[in-house]
Write a protein that binds this ligand. Sequence first.
Ligand code: DGL
Length: 206
Amino acid sequence: MEMAARPIGVFDSGVGGLSILEEIHSQLPDENVIYLADQEWAPYGSKSLDDVRARSVAVSAELIGRGAKLIVVACNSASAAALHHLREVFPETPFVGMEPALKPAAAHTDKGVIGVLATETTFQGELYASVLDRHTDGVEVIEVAGKRLAMLVEEGRLDEAKVDLEVLLRPMLDAGIDALVLGCTHYPFLADQIRDVAGPDLRLVD
Ligand code: DGL
């Protein structure tokens, strides 16, 4: 009897990581993947770093228990809270995480002003501070927490999200950003709503 190949484990608080899953399928079509959408505990982005870290350990243990050979933390908030810790707790398992794409946004801005939309948890983590420090020299960065955007995406309430975006993006648009980092894996699902609010010229970087 042939042994099934060990899967790659992927987790997020919900649907956000599905865009990452798609990318894994397209780049590694022969890999088995288990995707864990932790909707029971969502949203991650408004919880404390300690709580998200503990939950990420529990979810990773579940995936490892199901045979995962590598884990993709397909969530910026969980990566911010837990990536280093997960590598320490599970030294046998490689972990791949997300970081907000400030580097490409800062490299391509013409105006020298970029926006970052991410969760409160992501902004609080050391990972974000380190990305900011390493990649945005000489660039003005306007940060806005997405508040309930991830939950609105999770629940498919995209029209309501557009109303929120009109308020959330205003300070960035007034500051003249020409690139917006989507620092939460749920936000690419709002690309149309963001373009409706911000116009077609704003560069979205995820
Ligand atoms: N998708 C997650 C992220 O990338 C968080 C969404 C949530 O708040 O649960 O940050």
